[in-house]
Write a protein of this length. Structure first.
Length: 490
């Protein structure tokens, strides 16, 4: 449903009232693009609605710039729309004051960001919607400001969106940022694939009726067959990993087949493989084993018509929604009964989204109309549960698993730093090397030349990176001793 339809359906509702209020408040204001300012407020609300967020979030999204940019006070918002909408607007306003300028001295900002996340995730959804619209209209700003906002988007918001399972949003943010941050690379990659792309698209399009006819024979009727072009920024990164060899990229344009159930996904895969032989080692079952951020789909690469390579993705409409919109879709997409296969990811404790299952149990317990704020509160507690962010003396935020120690921190920064570390300070106080770090801690590592790691460290380090470094260093220490010993004998 669009914003307009929502308002028509409930003209006295929270969203309709926020709409009228914000329109009045921003009256006469213009954006840098020359449009009325309200266009931005409206677009933000529209995006949140598309992500299926709750009424309060959409209303707060429409109102998100009123306190910062108009005469309206937070008290007025509270009186008119209630405490929770006011809380959300305040959160977005505060977040908006953070100016990320890359690595230097941004620790305070990281703290604010972490705090906003842990208070109520909906603040982040509003900020992402706000940012998505701003990125799409970034052209109107002066170049220095474009760069700063693009960097912040690339290094913080796109990653947050990815972590929230909003793959599509994340990809779009990265791509727009790429345009402003690395214009030469973007031009280069666009030129490289210009011809290839059209060629690929027409090839994939021609393959569509062939597969459709074959599916029909098996009584499989896809809801949709669509084509997905690889984003420029992700293509560039992928090329970097493949020696810039475009011939080794199979998914420049991929065919996407969307069906009703998971069983049908596997059925479609069988039909595809009977029609075109699969390339060995390229079949990926992200339904049985979803990606870390919750992404689910079947992928295969086949030798299609004319023996050419073709990547095909197969997924249900629900998976598709979740892949595109992430967590909001998990929580608010209730129109269809949950499918059995979904339990696969939700009952897997290794999976990052397992807490969604808990939320749903909670929801069942307290009914369909359970308070979204409390639900999201539960959710945020678990979202960053298994990872922490600590700050380096330079102000960089380092992500580590929960329970990580100063030694893990040191190895995360550099192998040599880990190897030579002798002591650590957390928030300016000396701590033991095995002490547990917490989000927001400032960590400093003290080193000593020619120091080697201790075998004891293996008992408390949390990351595989630390373990690998320690083992390698111990091994070389042993070798040095071995080669030294005979000499001593002489
Ligand atoms: Mn805004």
């Amino acid at each position: 449903m669009t914003l307009r339809e929502t308002i028509e359906q409930d003209p006295q509702g929270l969203i309709a009232r926020a709409y009228a209020f914000a329109k009045q408040a921003h009256k006469g204001q213009k954006r840098k693009t020359g449009e009325p300012y309200f266009v931005h407020a409206e677009a933000t609300g529209e995006i949140l609605l598309l992500w299926r967020l709750d009424e309060e979030t959409v209303a707060a999204g429409i109102l998100h710039d009123t306190v910062e940019d108009t005469e309206v006070t937070l008290d007025t918002i509270r009186k008119e729309f209630g405490g929770r909408v006011a809380f959300l607007v305040d959160g977005v306003t505060k977040l908006g004051r953070i100016k990320y300028r890359g690595a230097e001295a941004q620790s305070e900002n990281m703290r604010k960001l972490i705090m906003a996340i842990t208070k109520d995730l909906r603040v982040i959804f509003i900020k992402l919607a706000d940012r998505l619209h701003n990125m799409n209209t970034l052209d109107a700003l002066p170049p220095a400001k474009q760069k700063r906002i693009a960097l912040e988007t690339d290094e913080i918001y796109a990653l947050l969106a990815y972590r929230l399972g909003m793959k599509n949003v994340s990809g779009e943010l990265h791509d727009i940022a790429f345009h402003y941050l690395e214009p030469e690379k973007e031009t280069w990659v666009k030129k490289l694939i210009a011809e290839k792309y059209d060629e690929r698209l027409s090839y994939v399009t021609a393959a569509q009726p062939l597969i459709e006819a074959e599916l029909k024979k098996q009584n499989l009727r896809p809801i949709a067959i669509e084509f997905r072009a690889k984003r420029y920024s992700s293509l560039y990164r992928k090329l970097e990993r493949h020696n810039m060899d475009i011939e080794s990229i199979f998914d420049l344009v991929a065919m996407r087949i969307i069906v009703e159930t998971a069983e049908q996904c596997y059925g479609v895969l069988g039909v595809v493989h009977s029609l075109w032989p699969p390339l060995p080692g390229r079949i990926k079952d992200y339904i049985a084993v979803p990606k870390h951020n919750g992404y689910r789909s079947l992928h295969t690469t086949v030798r299609g018509p004319e023996n050419k390579v073709l990547e095909i993705q197969i997924r249900t409409i629900e998976m598709h929604e979740e892949n595109e919109y992430g967590i909001p879709a998990h929580i608010f997409y209730k129109e269809k009964p949950r499918l059995r296969h979904e339990k696969l990811i939700l009952t897997n404790p290794d999976h990052e989204f397992w807490w969604v299952k808990r939320l749903r149990e909670w929801q069942e317990k307290y009914g369909e109309n359970s308070d979204p704020e409390i639900l999201l509160h539960e959710m945020k507690v678990d979202l960053f549960k298994n990872r922490i962010f600590v700050i380096t003396p330079r102000g960089d935020a380092i992500e580590l698993p929960a329970g990580a120690t100063p030694v893990d921190f040191a190895y995360e920064i550099h192998g040599a730093l880990g190897d030579s570390c002798v002591a650590a300070k957390v928030n300016s106080r000396f701590v033991s090397l095995d002490s547990e770090l917490h989000s927001g801690d400032f960590v400093e590592i003290l080193t000593q030349k020619n120091k080697k790691p201790s075998e004891d460290w293996l008992k408390f380090v949390k990351t595989s990176k630390s373990r690998a470094h320690i083992k390698a260093a111990l091994k070389s220490k042993k070798q040095i001793l071995d080669t030294k010993r005979p000499k001593k004998k002489k």
